[in-house]
Design a binder for this molecule. Sequence first.
Ligand code: FES
Length: 208
Amino acid sequence: MSTSAPGAEQPESFAFSATNRKQVKVLLGRYPKGRQASAVLPLLDLAQRQSDGWLPQPAIEHVAGLLDMPAMRVQEVASFYTMFNLAPVGKYLLQLCGTTPCWLRGSDEVRQAITEICGIGVGETSEDGLFTLVEVECLGACVNAPMVQINDDFYEDLDTEKIKKLLIALKNGETPAMGPQNGRRSSEPLGGATTLKSKIQTKTKRTR
Ligand code: FES
């Protein structure tokens, strides 16, 4: 389920900005005529990005109008996916993976460290408006568990100290490098690649 809080204060209206209206045109152009409803996910995403990371009700209705869909159907989509937030979130949305591989590798400790630094539990936003913490299911980076998605970026191979360092850097207005936080490249072994280390020369034979 998406992040929601019944009674979140709603703006009176929503309309896409001039720049985003152009993007809406591009997105709609990707689908055959009569199938514009297929653009519901990218349009909701665009609306959310314009609205500081959450989807107010008027934005959902606006997207429904553009796609000629009943507002309730768009509401159903927005409330189904964790990528959509139906209530305001902090500047940094921390999506902590709590699924088995991350849990076995210490996601509970990562959550406790987040609570210690930001003063929030799951589903809460810090008083300074900087952080919102949600727990999500597998984000597909299990080989680098445990991990947290912060806004659009993955921060992987975490432990208590590493997540604390990340959060303090964010508090200080810094932009920490995304990806593995233990020095390894991608999901290679810590000491570097162990196989496929030599370059393979391939000769292209011409055949008539
Ligand atoms: S279990 Fe956490 S990314 Fe897959």
